[in-house]
Write a protein that binds this ligand. Structure first.
Ligand SMILES: C[S@@+](CC[C@H](N)C(=O)[O-])C[C@H]1O[C@@H](n2cnc3c(N)ncnc32)[C@H](O)[C@@H]1O
Length: 196
């Protein structure tokens, strides 16, 4: 949770997931009006997704434990003239932000946590998502050839996000996550989850 192991992956060139552009699934969601109100990008990395949503005029906060990633994200925002906020924060303690968000994005963070860590993360997300707010989880899927590391099943998503944890999984659709080592991305789930 110090962020040091994660930070190291940003110090020596682009990390495997750091594709240098927003994920197509996020671009599509944004073009469909999927982002509204105040937006949180949990585990924002070097910020491409947060920057894309902020470029549409929405107030966006990207948080990460990796200071190097945050420094890269802030430099991109400066260079591109995009107004967006990046801050160091632990996704397990989001309530410490003291803020509420209408839309929350998790692109590639949920699938890094093992089963024992998920309840605390899911509760942390719930603590900052306004009622009727929307959470998008884009994670590696366990279905299809050439799956990414830590693939997740639909059942795992549904058992993490359900009414007993304050969520309703409205849709879990097959999608792709682009990486630096898959030609056409890896199989993914795009879950649309509502805070109840
Ligand atoms: C697989 S990367 C995805 C980064 C970014 N969302 C993207 O799509 O490029 C996961 C990110 O989550 C961050 N992370 C891991 N554990 C975290 C935690 N407990 N709190 C906040 N960020 C965390 C890592 O530093 C890393 O930047």
């Amino acid at each position: 949770m110090t962020g040091q192991p994660w930070d190291a992956s940003y110090r020596d060139g682009a990390a495997p997931w750091d594709v240098g552009r927003p994920q197509p699934a996020v671009v599509r969601l944004a073009s469909e009006g999927g982002f509204a109100g105040t937006v949180l990008d949990a585990g924002c990395g070097t910020g491409e997704n947060a920057l894309h949503v902020a470029s549409l005029g929405l107030p966006v906060l990207g948080v990460d434990v990796a200071e190097t990633a945050l420094a890269i994200a802030r430099a991109k925002a400066r260079d591109r003239g995009i107004e967006v906020e990046f801050a160091a924060a632990d996704a397990f303690a989001l309530e410490r932000l003291g803020r509420r968000f209408s839309t929350v994005l998790d692109c590639g963070l949920f699938h890094t946590f093992d089963g024992s860590e998920r309840p605390a993360y899911v509760a942390s997300l719930a603590s900052v998502t306004g009622h009727d707010g929307t959470l998008y989880v884009l994670c590696f899927s366990n279905e299809g050839p050439d799956t990414g590391p830590h693939p997740i099943s639909q059942d795992e998503l549904r058992s993490a996000f359900n009414p007993s944890t304050g969520w309703h999984a409205a849709a879990i659709e097959p999608d792709r996550v682009q990486t630096r080592y898959h030609d056409n991305g890896a199989p993914a789930w795009l879950a649309t989850i509502n805070r109840i």
